[in-house]
Design a protein around this ligand. Structure first.
Ligand SMILES: NC(=O)c1ccc[n+]([C@@H]2O[C@H](COP(=O)([O-])OP(=O)(O)OC[C@H]3O[C@@H](n4cnc5c(N)ncnc54)[C@H](O)[C@@H]3O)[C@@H](O)[C@H]2O)c1
Length: 332
């Protein structure tokens, strides 16, 4: 079987492509490299171009008529950019996705796995959510994901398309074989900041210590990107059974365990030496308390649960950071 992976030169898409390869599923990658890296497509079927380019999609399906499903990872993902340039985010994440969907349907590709996000949930009080929790995104980025989910579900209800939206929580780590990882040198999430503080020998700032969580710091559900990739393989294998008579479904992909920023610092310090010192700082504007999944749906429908711990994710992020510059030639 072959699978089309849009955004397959990005962090998550390239990891999904590696997991597919390891599972005997051939990935066919479509990516315009706006943030993706050509190095992550090496020795893989790769088409450089835009998801909205109908002629290119036709060419891909003509050359790979055995593509049985599409994994749609391509998107712009930087929350502050979506606030300052919302038109671009709706254009790229929503309008182009709609174009792409028409090209998929025209080419007879009726199975779609969509990269959705926990960012669509109402910023809870540092608690747990399941797939039926209120959808109230905080940012234009989050809203583009929610709009896409609704749009795809509507289209699936009236066409042969079937869609499973996978709502990722907070991916960390890298492909354990280090074929790919986060392409950014300076990621802005808490683990990225911890690694930078560790490398610079500087204190790490816990931004926000008055959230309504067990220790006052923000809470996230850190899921190893290799576990996420495994969930995609399971969803591809079970796609028809997952949906049954339904035309669309949504599944949370998290560990089910919340980790506060203070707990993340402790986990980080359990795998590095010397330890990073943490200092308390005010909240960053717009940062929610955070959430973790309480859902059993991934286990029930996909037979999947996260196999890696937060410490595993930290270790693989550090291993990737050490090789990043040699994998990404002439990188910025
Ligand atoms: N990283 C996270 O924390 C996270 C969390 C939840 C959901 N997601 C979702 O997962 C998906 C992948 O995210 P990521 O972290 O790998 O980001 P990424 O930026 O590494 O990957 C996105 C990829 O899509 C490509 N792309 C973007 N627009 C395109 C277009 N119009 N045509 C062709 N290619 C295009 C980029 O070049 C890039 O390779 C996104 O849909 C994102 O919303 C990510």
């Amino acid at each position: 079987m072959k699978v089309l992976i849009t955004g397959g030169a990005g962090y998550i898409g390239s990891t999904v492509a590696s997991a597919c390869l390891d599972a005997g599923i051939t990935p066919v990658i479509l990516d315009n490299l706006v943030t993706g890296r050509r190095e992550f497509t090496r020795d893989r079927e790769f088409y450089e171009g835009d998801i909205a380019d109908g002629a290119l999609l036709d060419k891909i399906f003509a050359e790979h008529p055995d593509i049985g499903a599409a994994v749609h990872c391509a998107a712009l993902i930087v929350v502050p950019d979506s606030v300052s340039d919302p038109v671009r985010y709706y254009q790229w994440n929503v309008a182009k996705s709609l174009e792409m969907l028409q090209h998929l349907i025209r080419n007879g590709c009726h199975r779609l796995l969509f990269s959705s996000s926990a960012a669509i949930y109402e910023a809870s009080e540092g608690g747990s959510v399941d797939e039926d929790s209120p959808i109230v995104p905080l940012s234009p980025y989050g809203r583009t994901k929610a709009v896409c989910e609704g749009m795809f579900a509507d289209i699936a209800a009236g066409t042969p398309l079937r869609v499973v939206s996978l709502r990722y929580f907070n991916p960390i780590g890298a492909d354990p074989a280090l074929r790919s990882g986060l392409q950014l040198r300076y990621p802005s999430h808490a683990l990225g900041k911890l690694i930078q503080a560790h490398q610079a020998g500087e204190p790490f700032q816990i931004t926000g210590t008055d959230y309504p969580t067990r220790d006052g710091s923000g809470i996230r559900d850190y899921v190893h990107v290799w576990d996420l990739a495994a969930a995609h393989v399971a969803a591809l294998r079970r796609f028809d059974a997952v949906l049954g008579e339904a035309t669309s479904a949504a599944i949370n992909l998290g560990t089910g365990t919340g980790t506060t920023v203070r707990e993340l610092v402790a986990a980080f310090n359990s795998v590095v030496a010397p330890p990073v010192t943490a200092v308390e700082a005010p909240r960053r504007p717009g940062d929610p308390a955070g959430a973790f999944t309480r859902s059993e749906r991934a286990r029930q429908l996909l037979g999947w649960e996260a196999a890696h711990s937060v410490a595993d994710g930290i270790r693989d992020s550090l291993r990737w950071t050490a090789v990043r510059d040699s994998v990404l030639s002439a990188s910025d």
